[in-house]
Design a protein around this ligand. Structure first.
Ligand SMILES: NC(=O)c1ccc[n+]([C@@H]2O[C@H](COP(=O)([O-])OP(=O)(O)OC[C@H]3O[C@@H](n4cnc5c(N)ncnc54)[C@H](OP(=O)(O)O)[C@@H]3O)[C@@H](O)[C@H]2O)c1
Length: 337
């Protein structure tokens, strides 16, 4: 049976149209391009977009790329919750953003993605519809194997599983928005590892900081594919992205950003693809895909040595997405039920 999904701008597409874009085994339609590119800023991407009356959550919204994502969506008139693990540090950032944007509807709420109890409490406190969820927060290259309070490897637990639990817990709120968007901030580093289903916690496979980061970012991409497959009929669309190389607190374990200067972006440029996926009418009806530099990325058959771009099939594979969804539901049992 054909059903129709309406996005938050009022445009409609059939569920079949949405789902056909996710099938890597034959039905994939050609890569989506936009007038934007590497140098585009979040402000340029959001020009003309009106988010008045739209409710948004940005995880990690008080640092790095998150700040620029919040700033841009706030200028477009959205009501925004900055979901952060250090509320005291985030409050002055939110106040500056209120003053800079003239948008008073910015609030800070505590959320520690590495602890499922904190995710549960955030979800329990949320009421009403949610139009845009930007799963942005993350940690990178934790030097030694560390585990979350519930026993998951820290990067998988924070970057992926916490966001999975959050998204699942907010399902009803997203469905109630009638055309919600979920954005998964992934990374080119997903090319370092697929999801290792047989050993998610590095209990057998030797732990490496970027192997674990790569796994978590492949999982983040699969989450968008999973949302597309499970929730398109609720009108919920989701895409993932690589923001590019931006000097932020993310590189605290790696001695700073090592990317050559000409390939780096400013935070404003780094937030552009997030804002495109969160709020641009150019993405109407598009779901389950991966973007970089504001355009759909190209499928690779091998990881390029210079990590210039592209994605690995394993990170958008529908069987992997279904499997990860099922496994994750088991791991976060209780959240949102
Ligand atoms: N910067 C890049 O070059 C780059 C490249 C590819 C992908 N990305 C991705 O872009 C996203 C944003 O990164 P960024 O560069 O803006 O880094 P950032 O400045 O370090 O910001 C990351 C945010 O995530 C938050 N966070 C970390 N652990 C958390 C937890 N357990 N619970 C809740 N929040 C948590 C951080 O909070 P605290 O301030 O409390 O630490 C911070 O607000 C990440 O997903 C990252 O993987 C970035």
């Amino acid at each position: 049976m054909t059903s129709t999904t309406t996005n938050i701008f009022g445009a409609t597409s059939t569920t079949e149209e949405v789902l056909s874009g996710t099938d890597l085994r034959g039905k994939r339609i050609l890569g989506l391009t936009t007038p934007f590119g590497f140098h585009s800023t979040a402000t340029e991407v959001a020009a003309g977009v009106d988010l008045t009356g739209k409710r948004v959550i940005v995880t990690g919204g008080a640092a790095g790329i998150g700040i620029e994502t919040v700033r841009t969506l706030a200028l477009a008139g959205a009501e925004i919750t900055l979901a952060v693990r250090r509320p005291d540090a985030a409050r002055p950032v939110a106040e500056k953003l209120r003053q800079a944007t003239g948008n008073a509807a910015l609030e800070v709420r505590p959320l520690d993605l590495s602890d499922l109890r904190s995710v549960q409490s955030f979800v329990d406190d949320w009421t009403g519809p949610l139009h845009i969820l930007v799963n942005n927060a993350g940690i990178m290259a934790v030097p030694e194997l560390e585990k979350t309070p519930q026993g998951f490897e820290l990067q998988f637990g924070t970057n992926y599983l916490g966001h999975f639990a959050l998204t699942l817990g907010l399902h009803r709120a997203l469905a109630a928005a009638h055309g919600a968007r979920v954005v998964s901030v992934s990374s080119i580093a997903h090319l370092f590892s697929p999801v290792i289903f047989d050993d998610l916690g590095f209990d057998f496979v030797p732990y490496t900081p970027f192997g674990a980061y790569g796994q978590s970012k492949s999982a983040a991409m699969l989450l968008s594919v999973g949302i597309t497959r499970k929730w398109a009929e609720d009108g919920i669309l989701s895409n993932s992205l690589n923001p590019g190389a931006i000097a932020t607190g993310l590189q605290k374990h790696t001695g700073g950003l090592k990317t050559p200067v000409e390939r780096r972006k400013t935070p404003e440029q780094g937030a552009a693809t997030s804002v495109l996926l969160a709020a641009s009418p150019l993405l109407e009806g598009i779901s389950g895909r991966y973007f970089e530099d504001c355009n759909e990325a190209e499928l690779l058959t091998k990881r390029p040595a210079d990590l210039t771009g592209g994605y690995a099939a394993y990170a958008l594979d529908t069987e992997n997405a279904d499997r990860l969804w099922d496994v994750s539901q088991q791991l976060v049992r209780g959240i949102g039920e």
